[in-house]
Design a protein around this ligand. Structure first.
Ligand SMILES: Nc1ncnc2c1ncn2[C@@H]1O[C@H](COP(=O)(O)OP(=O)(O)OP(=O)(O)O)[C@@H](O)[C@H]1O
Ligand SMILES: [Mg+2]
Length: 508
């Protein structure tokens, strides 16, 4: 077999890149060959997204070379890279929600009739063909806004494939997907590899890396820390080269003991999408919400925190009724929620890290209610340090932070609000393994201080590792409560998939 290097479609040689004097890539060399899935791993802010932006013509490198088929290239922009067969699917989805599936797929390369008018029939045909390549049974005339995240991700891939690329780069494509959707996506990736594409795949999910990678390259602080073949890539080796030390004990329950005092009480809350739900979380307790996607977990939490309006039901904090008509009034009563999507819910990309952390918290406010940039910065610093947010400084715009660090900024703001009830919807989505450990420690810490925590996570080990008690949702209502010896992965899955219901009934 020829060595990887001989067959390289793409080669980076000693690439460097900095932003305003801040070195992000420090001499990266790297190859990508046809018929391989090359995984790029590394901590949040290690430079992964920046590397692929250099590779696909979005950033020009400051130094070093990019070679395609052995020839040095300089891309004028992403369109240029695309014409050379390099296509990328970015970390944040880039579809236009108001347009249809078909319109999105041909966007920017619409087939035209003579005279320049859009050729609707050919657009549609092209879209249908592209959707078929990813096995997506979607109506091309649906508005993208009406699709779920998994379906949107498929449309992104279909759009990328419509260019017939030789190199496809995927930046954390499964970060926002359910397990089932992620499995479907991995199958597509494997098919594309078998069809001879060269795939560069960024992921923080270890199980997925083990499943899909032919080679793994680990970036640390803008340098290649390690490259390993599939046979040599163990989770230990990957993690150790990512963080420079072994990470042990991801889940430490800590010594906390929930008090007997009920902090959050939700009684018969309901809406068009959530069937009557009743639950309690005690001070110092972490309650997990498990269930498959579409079970209604986020919807339920959004009702409690005032993001969506409930059609009925009562929410109390420490016995006092909460006005959960708006997020601000729920927050005033002590209920703070980390929403699922950082891009569309809550971050202000053009504002600084400090302002994003302090917004709505009263932090950095001086006498007479005036705020100053300096006061905000120092107030934000505590939280930024605690979350180990990697930035060029607290004045850096959040849009310039890496994806995982944006997630940490949102979480920092939630903590800065000093909640009585903290609702976390997928808090570790897109964060690296070290940051996950930080977030777990933090959840334990706030619970130990008496906060009532409600946790949604699609990663079962995470829920089981952190929660004192788990409520399982299915079909938009709570179907089981598990704790103690009954709190096992099997039990959660049994109820989440609906398999457990009849057995439960006959037992009683
Ligand atoms: N346009 C920019 N301006 C200034 N700094 C930037 C810009 N883009 C990236 N950076 C910085 O470069 C560093 C690397 O960011 P990058 O997005 O490549 O990380 P990443 O490895 O993809 O992380 P994650 O896993 O969190 O997505 C970060 O510290 C980030 O703040
Ligand atoms: Mg990234």
């Amino acid at each position: 077999m020829a060595s990887h290097d001989d067959e390289a479609v793409v080669r980076l040689e000693d690439v460097t890149k900095s932003f305003a004097g801040n070195s992000v890539l420090r001499g990266v060399s790297f190859t990508l060959t046809s018929g391989e899935v090359h995984v790029l791993a590394g901590e949040n802010g290690a430079g992964k997204s920046t590397l692929i932006k250099v590779l696909t013509g979005i950033h020009a490198p400051d130094g070093g070379r990019v070679l395609v088929d052995g020839e040095p290239v300089t891309f004028a922009g992403p369109g240029d890279a695309r014409r050379r067969g390099l296509t990328v699917i970015h970390q944040e989805l880039s579809l236009v929600p108001e347009l249809t599936v078909a319109e999105n797929i041909v966007l920017g390369r619409e087939p035209r009739r003579r005279g320049g008018r859009l050729d609707r029939r050919r657009s549609r045909e092209r879209a249908v063909a592209a959707l078929a390549r990813v096995g997506a049974a979607l109506d091309p005339d649906t508005r993208v806004a009406d699709l779920n995240t998994g379906q949107q991700q498929l449309v992104e891939i279909a759009r990328a494939l419509a260019d017939h690329p030789r190199v496809l780069v995927l930046d954390e494509p499964t970060a926002a997907l359910s397990d089932e959707e992620a499995r479907a996506l991995l199958a597509i990736v494997a098919e594309l590899r078998d069809a001879g594409l060269a795939l560069l795949y960024i992921s923080h999910r270890m199980a997925e890396i083990a499943q899909i990678a032919d080679r793994v390259t680990v970036l640390r602080d803008g340098r290649v820390a390690d490259t390993m073949t599939r046979a040599k890539s163990t989770e230990d080796r990957i993690v150790t080269s990512m963080v420079g030390r072994p990470v042990a004990n991801l889940y430490q329950h800590g010594d906390r003991e929930p008090s007997s005092q009920v902090r959050l009480r939700v009684e018969r809350i309901r809406s068009r999408t959530v069937r009557e739900c009743t639950l309690e979380v005690r001070a110092g307790e972490v309650v997990g919400l498990a269930g498959i996607v579409g079970a209604g977990r986020s919807e339920l939490c959004r009702l409690i925190a005032g993001f969506d309006r409930a059609d009925g039901g009562v929410v109390t904090v420490d016995g006092r009724p909460v006005d959960n008509g708006r997020p601000a009034s729920a927050a005033a009563a002590g209920i703070v929620m980390l929403p699922e999507s950082r891009k569309t819910q809550g971050l202000f990309p053009a504002m600084s890290v400090a302002d994003n952390v302090c917004t709505g918290t009263g932090l950095g406010r001086r006498r007479l209610g005036r705020t100053s940039a300096g006061a905000r910065r120092s107030a934000a610093r505590r939280y930024a340090d605690r979350m180990r947010i990697k930035s060029a400084g607290l004045d850096q715009r959040v849009a310039e932070l890496s994806g995982g660090n944006q997630q940490k900024v949102l979480l920092a703001r939630c903590l800065a609000r000093r909640p009585a009830v903290l609702i976390l919807d997928e808090p570790t989505r897109g964060v690296d393994i070290g940051a996950k450990a930080d977030i777990y420690a933090l959840v334990n810490e706030v619970a130990a201080r008496g906060v009532a925590v409600l946790l949604i996570s699609s990663e079962l080990p995470e829920v089981l590792g952190l929660a004192d008690r788990v409520l399982v949702m299915s079909g938009r209502s709570i179907v089981a409560e598990l704790s103690g010896a009954a709190l096992t992965e099997e039990e959660v899955i049994r109820y989440a998939t609906g398999a457990g219901a009849p057995a439960e009934l006959t037992q009683r």
